[in-house]
Design a protein around this ligand. Structure first.
Ligand code: APR
Ligand code: PHB
Length: 398
């Protein structure tokens, strides 16, 4: 029989210690707002996740404001362009020349590690392996969050709950079904990803459209590469030896890139599904959803982490303002403000996915249409600027 230990109190209970939850905790702490972070998994498990690491300039600035920009500045790789490969050739999109902004390649794992270390260094509490987290009373003014640690049940009373617990979390699931409207597009393919301690095939990312399917050449550092191949939804990792993976990757790249490919043993190999998902609204009384708890984008545009940062930046500013001055306009505007950016980013990620991938049931005509759109894009300053503006990140509203 579990027993409830003493009830704690905090101002904001944050569910989830991924990038969204940890960044929110960090920004709130710097704004003088007390928060408790509750995470279902262990810290090691959270750090074991391999996720995209392309940071918009705005995200880099927010991480700097959060006081975790040092290693990012020292080790992050500034990228002023990306390359599009199609019809046997590669074309560079000069992000910096077109927008005056750039992106930074820095693994999400490292962002999470920096945030974890900063939180621990500040003596701020994170409960890892918090089991059976449940949310109560967020429609009223005195929410309560309960969880289990071993046989002991705990609870915390709070003013607000931040649901930063990802797509499969408990927060969105705790909202009465009728209060939520969801929008979803599941893509008919997945991404087979490989991590290898080999030098990247190019200094910048290569997005390749090919009749055999999409491929992406990315990196974590100048000595660690990250590669992806579009694959069928029923593909299995065990069917892909390293040799088969790199042979298929070469076949989808232009000759020059294929010739530069340095192969090596995979240190991680996995298949991820692709979906677009948005839940509206992102606020229910005293519960606010942020990051993957509210939306999912296909990784094509590298927007998942950047959208989470934008949500959290807005929520932190609103909560700090509410505690400092009693002004609740930021909280009242949170959902609509975030959703304007979310839907523009979901559109961009959908557009880039649709342009770059080979959809089942399509044929040579569709391939030519994609190549024609890509040929127009790389030859048009207006079209290239439109891609670049979205890729480097749209400006924050406030
Ligand atoms: N109770 C407590 N914690 C939970 C629960 C729960 N019921 N369910 C999930 N969590 C934790 C997960 O273990 C995870 O550590 O919430 C965290 C959610 O983190 P993410 O899934 O990384 O989501 P988010 O922080 O919004 O970051 C978005 O992560 O998934 C990528 O592509 C996405 O880059 C984007 C980023
Ligand atoms: C990655 O490095 O994992 C990555 C980079 C860019 C993307 C997606 C994934 O668009």
């Amino acid at each position: 029989m579990s027993e409830t230990t003493g009830s704690r109190r905090t101002q904001v209970a944050i569910i989830g210690a991924g990038p969204a939850g940890l960044l929110l905790g960090q920004l709130l702490a710097r704004g003088g707002v007390d928060a408790l972070v509750l995470e279902r998994q262990s810290a090691a498990y959270v750090l074991g996740r391999i996720r995209a690491g392309v940071l918009e300039q705005g995200s880099v600035e927010v991480l700097g404001e959060a006081g975790v920009g040092q290693r990012l500045l020292a080790e992050g790789l500034p990228h002023e362009g990306i390359e599009l490969a199609f019809d046997g050739e590669r074309h560079r999109i000069d992000l910096a020349a077109l927008t005056g902004r750039r992106v930074t390649v820095y693994g999400q794992t490292e962002v999470t590690r920096d945030l974890m270390q900063a939180r621990a260094a500040a003596g701020l509490r994170t409960v890892y392996e918090a089991a059976d987290v449940s949310l109560h009373g967020f429609e009223g003014s005195s929410p309560v969050v309960r969880w289990r640690e071993g046989e002991r049940t705990h609870e915390v009373r709070c003013d607000y709950i931040a649901g930063c617990d990802g797509f499969h979390g408990v927060s969105r699931a705790s909202v009465p079904a009728g209060a939520l409207r969801t929008f979803e597009r599941v893509y008919p393919f997945g991404w087979l990803g490989v991590l290898s301690d080999t030098p990247p095939v190019s200094d910048e990312l290569i997005y390749a459209n090919h009749p055999r399917g999409f491929a992406l050449c990315s990196m974590r550092s100048r000595s660690r590469s990250r590669y992806y191949l579009q694959c069928a939804l029923d593909e299995r990792v065990e069917n892909w030896s390293d040799e088969r993976f790199f042979d298929e990757l070469r076949s989808r790249l232009d000759e020059a890139a294929a010739a530069r490919l340095v192969t090596g043993p995979s240190i991680e190999k996995s298949i991820a599904p692709l979906r677009s998902f948005v839940a509206e609204p992102m606020r229910f009384g005293r519960l606010f959803l942020a990051g993957d708890a509210a939306h999912i984008v296909p990784p094509t545009g590298a927007k998942g982490l950047n959208l989470a940062v934008a949500d959290v930046r807005s929520l932190a500013r609103a909560l700090i303002s509410r505690y400092r001055t009693g002004d609740e306009t930021g909280l009242d505007a949170y959902s609509e403000r975030c959703l304007r950016r979310v839907w523009k980013t979901v559109r961009f990620s959908w557009w880039m996915t649709t342009l770059m991938h080979r959809f089942p049931g399509t044929g040579d005509f569709d391939q030519r249409i994609q190549e024609a759109e890509l040929g127009y894009l790389v030859g048009s300053k207006a079209a290239s600027t439109a891609l670049a503006e979205n890729y480097v990140g749209l400006p924050f509203e406030d």
